[in-house]
Ligand binder design. Structure first.
Ligand code: NAD
Length: 265
């Protein structure tokens, strides 16, 4: 087994407050392309369709295009299932080794895998939110209303429904930002999985954690924070993380885990 995997497993076992930060790369092995790699979503779907100002100006146009299949590549995510990386992260939370998962993803796969304390920085594509009263309903219900001719679909209060994901130019949900920064402040270890760390403000969360906590990165390609990290593993999350879990399970079986020691031995 790779020495770096052993080190990452040991750091997780020793951490008192580990937080995982994920991006699109954690879901690639579930069949959801990331944005920037070849074959990514923006090669198959027009990003202008997801401009917040365009939605506000003409929400009916957004819903007509969605019904016409113009967002099909983005909507692939409804067919995806958690992969071994999501399952490994959920297992670490179940073992009490990870306190929080902060994700940039909108695919709900962490929750499907069993993670419970998930902070979604960019919303969740399974839901639609009323732009007036902020109530949330399943997006499938908004789609049903649109298909039956209600374009744009409306909330029971009469407000316009929008998928509950952060569009380009839209503010991130304040409550999620507050929880994520609190998690970054409180953690003594942040493990980044599958993020290019170039999308801000999300990428500033691990940067902030690195000022006082250990930082570990599992990503296929280099990131701007690699130089700050204690461990960098360039590999596939779905292959690396189950091995990391096996290391943590081994340590916890032997020593109970959760030791207060943070040093390298
Ligand atoms: P990104 O596309 O910028 O970067 C993804 C990173 O994952 C890349 O650096 C790539 O090398 C790496 N990667 C690809 N496959 C991997 C694998 N199997 N294992 C480990 N790493 C792998 O994505 P980002 O950093 O999350 O930021 C971009 C935006 O993407 C976010 O705003 C997010 O909302 C959005 N997004 C989400 C989804 C989703 O919900 N699944 C899908 C696409 C994009």
């Amino acid at each position: 087994m790779d020495e770096k995997i052993r080190t990452l497993g040991r750091l997780i076992a020793e951490a008192r407050h580990a937080v995982v930060f994920t991006g699109a790369g954690v879901s690639v092995e579930s069949g959801i392309p990331d944005f920037r790699s070849p074959g990514g979503i923006w090669e198959r779907c027009d990003p202008d369709e997801f401009e917040y100002s365009a939605f506000c100006t003409d929400p009916a146009r957004y819903w007509r295009n969605r019904l016409a299949g113009r967002h099909a590549a983005a909507l692939d995510i409804f067919r995806a299932e958690p992969n071994p990386a999501h399952i490994a992260i959920a297992r670490l939370e179940e073992m009490g080794r990870v306190r929080m998962v902060i994700t940039q993803n909108i695919d709900n796969l962490h929750q499907d895998a069993g993670s419970r304390n998930v902070v979604e920085l960019h919303g969740n594509a399974r839901w639609a939110r009323c732009q007036r009263c902020r109530a949330r309903i399943p997006v499938a219900e908004a789609d049903r209303r649109a298909r039956s001719g209600e374009i744009p679909p409306l909330c029971s209060c009469g407000g316009i429904l929008k998928p509950d994901v952060v569009f380009f130019g839209e503010m991130l949900p304040q409550q999620a930002i507050d929880r994520a920064f609190a998690g970054a402040m409180a953690c003594d270890l942040m493990v980044v999985v599958g993020s290019s760390l170039v999308v801000h403000p999300a990428a500033s969360i691990p940067a902030m954690a690195a000022e006082h906590a250990r930082l570990c990165i599992v990503n296929l390609s280099p990131t701007p924070l690699d130089d700050l990290a204690d461990v960098v593993i360039h590999g596939k999350a779905g292959e690396v993380l189950p091995e990391v879990v096996a290391v943590v399970e081994g340590i916890c079986r032997v020593g109970g885990g959760g030791s207060s020691s943070r040093g390298e031995s």
